[in-house]
Design a protein around this ligand. Structure first.
Ligand code: ZN
Length: 141
């Protein structure tokens, strides 16, 4: 089980790294779809829970027989459980996305930090440069 999880995680991370960083629109689009699905499920949850409350109320008022109540209540519970599961899986996915985004931005800031400022003019140069790209002064490492 743990191997499966690690496999999925490393696969997802590798995939996220290989995807060009410029494809921000795709990420945004999928985020919007995810949010809509989540909102939809939240509404579904409210409806199911509301129906269960109504059912309880009707049963307490004596409008339903014990057998009918148990049968409908069981169906509603199963539906609610399904909705809860779907919400959980979407939230787990969203968490993974957030984790990948955090990792990527950490990598990005590490790359940005790998610069050295020119002793002559103060321009930031990549550490791989031997001379300043702006004024040509020798860079100290
Ligand atoms: Zn310089």
């Amino acid at each position: 089980m743990i191997y499966l999880f690690c496999g999925i995680l490393s696969g997802a991370v590798l995939g996220a790294i290989c995807v060009p960083l410029f494809r921000k629109e795709d990420t945004l689009e999928s985020a919007i779809i995810e949010e809509t699905q989540w909102d939809l499920l939240q509404r579904k949850k409210e409806v199911v829970l509301g129906n269960m409350q109504d059912l309880d109320f009707e049963y307490k008022c004596g409008k339903l027989s014990e057998a009918d109540y148990q049968k409908v209540r069981g169906e509603m519970s199963a539906e609610a459980a399904l909705v809860f599961q779907e919400i959980e899986s979407i939230e787990a996915e969203a968490d993974l996305d957030a984790l990948i985004r955090r990792e990527l931005s950490a990598r990005k800031s590490k790359t940005t930090a790998a610069t050295t400022s020119c002793p002559a003019c103060g321009t930031s140069n990549p550490v791989t440069n031997k001379f300043c790209a702006e004024c040509g002064a020798k860079l100290k490492h």
